[in-house]
Design a protein around this ligand. Structure first.
Ligand code: ARG
Length: 465
């Protein structure tokens, strides 16, 4: 059924119809579309804009359609132009005359603005949950590994030793920020566009507060009808937040891939999250991590597409905006799937703790601490830096670590060295003496763990809405 046939003398070209149609993808919005229509019809009845009994018939009819869709008893007919036309035509088929009154004081422009906003808000709750599960998996690793030592890197060169807890804590922080961004978007989308009409509101005395309340938009109705039907900022904000989630997952994936390589062997990805080669029998590949890293490009693509689509649109609604759907749906699906697989991979990841510790002992990760030893005994830092630099050079030439130097060799560098240098440059001391707030030392990490624990105890956004 075409909702707008009256003014036309000829049928739409078949291919143009298909080009224009959105049912193949906006059918995803059916639940939100029906919820919005139920709220609208209820309000029309209460305000006396349509007869109460018609309003009731519409609501019952819509509920029946939703039930049948959910049970599989009703299939979405893809020859409709869009999900809005489909629902209205089934409704009218089922209840007759009253169905034709549903669209009073409404346009598909405010309808689709509403559907999309509701959809995005609902999915934000799922995304938040996905991130929460990942945080819980990380928290377990953080708890168990405050005294698992490993090299920390800069420039992918061994730098200073840290703990595995602390390294995982860096990702925990990133995912905390991701969830905060989602929460901000959820809060800033708490305004309901329904009642904005095509662009200029309507002449009916709609109660927009009532529909906003009914649909749980706590901020009430939006303030400008032209902006309401053409605002997709929140879609861009979501795609930006999701791009950042993927950037974080991609960095983490990259590290897991490096750590899982034969050369590093810091971790072993579980069989459940690796794949083999069709030709090389020995291979066990980190495909899941690589795919997550790869899919990041798709989500960035959605963000750039959406920004580009919106940049030339004159006020108010233009059909360009229909392009928001496929890419937003795809980005949300991609992030939800990536989070799920990534969490499973992290939960089953085996850490080769001894390899990590051995690696931290090599590569002079304790050189700064050796210099600090001299500084604590009065030497200016710049001089200490140069003394240790010379000792490192000597060790490299002789193929040993700083810890392997005899006390006489240390003393050749500086008379300030005593026997306690060995303890001062031990891996444990190097990590455990870093106890300023936010540093990797056990004592400092325990305080952060308490903060994380309390944060996780708050649960998800879904628990609170
Ligand atoms: N399928 C359209 C969209 O997604 C629905 C709104 C149609 N409005 C219109 N005036 N043609 O944006």
């Amino acid at each position: 059924m075409r909702l707008w046939g009256g003014r036309f003398e000829n049928e739409t070209d078949q291919e143009a119809f298909l080009f224009n149609a959105s049912i193949s993808f906006d059918k995803r919005l059916i639940k939100e579309d029906i919820e919005g229509s139920i709220a609208h019809a209820g309000m029309l009845g209460k305000c006396g804009i349509i007869p109460e009994e018609d309003s009731k018939a519409i609501i019952d009819g819509l509920k029946g359609i939703l039930r049948d869709i959910e049970s599989g008893g009703l299939e979405i007919d893809e020859s409709s132009e869009d999900v809005h036309s489909f629902v209205e035509s089934v409704l009218t088929e089922r209840i007759g005359e009253p169905g034709k009154r549903l669209h009073t004081g409404r346009s598909r422009n405010d309808q689709v603005a509403l559907d999309m906003k509701l959809y995005v808000r609902n999915r934000i709750l799922n995304l938040d949950m996905g991130l929460f599960h990942l945080e819980n998996a990380l928290f377990k690793i953080i708890l168990d590994n405050t005294e698992t030592y490993m090299p920390g890197f800069t420039h992918l060169q061994k730098a200073q030793p840290v703990s595995l807890s602390h390294h995982m804590g860096a990702y925990f922080e990133m995912f905390m920020r991701d969830r905060r961004r989602l929460k901000d978007i959820y809060e800033s989308t708490a305004y309901c566009p329904l009642g904005s009409g095509a662009l200029a509101g309507t002449t009916y005395a709609l109660d927009r507060d009532m529909t906003a309340r009914e649909l749980k938009f706590t901020g009430g109705p939006t303030r400008n009808s032209m902006d309401s039907v053409s605002d997709r900022d929140y879609v861009i904000e979501l795609l930006s937040a999701l791009s950042t989630v993927m950037m974080h997952l991609s960095r983490f994936s990259e590290e897991i891939i490096i750590w899982n390589s034969n050369e590093y062997s810091f971790v072993e990805i579980d069989d459940r999250y690796s794949t083999g080669s069709s030709i090389m029998p020995q291979k066990k590949n980190p495909d899941i991590a690589e795919l997550v890293r790869g899919k990041t490009g798709r989500v960035y693509g959605a963000l750039i597409s959406m920004l580009t689509t919106m940049k030339g649109i004159p006020l108010a609604y233009d059909k360009d905006m229909q392009e928001d759907k496929e890419l937003t749906f795809d980005a949300i699906d991609t992030v939800l799937d990536s989070l799920k697989q990534f969490t499973g991979m992290v939960e089953t990841l085996k850490f080769n703790k001894d390899v990590m510790e051995r690696s931290a002992m090599k590569g002079f990760t304790n050189a700064t601490d050796a210099a600090d030893y001299l500084v604590k005994r009065g030497m200016p830092f710049r001089d200490a830096h140069s003394v240790i630099g010379a000792l490192v050079l000597k060790c490299i030439a002789e193929g040993k670590a700083l810890n392997d130097l005899s006390i006489d060799e240390w003393k050749e560098g500086s008379e300030l060295f005593e026997d306690d240098i060995y303890d001062a440059v031990s891996l444990r001391t190097c990590v455990e003496s870093r106890v300023t707030f936010g540093a990797p030392g056990h004592e400092s990490m325990e305080k952060i763990i308490e903060i994380y624990r309390e944060y996780l105890d708050h649960g998800t956004m879904k628990d609170r809405v």
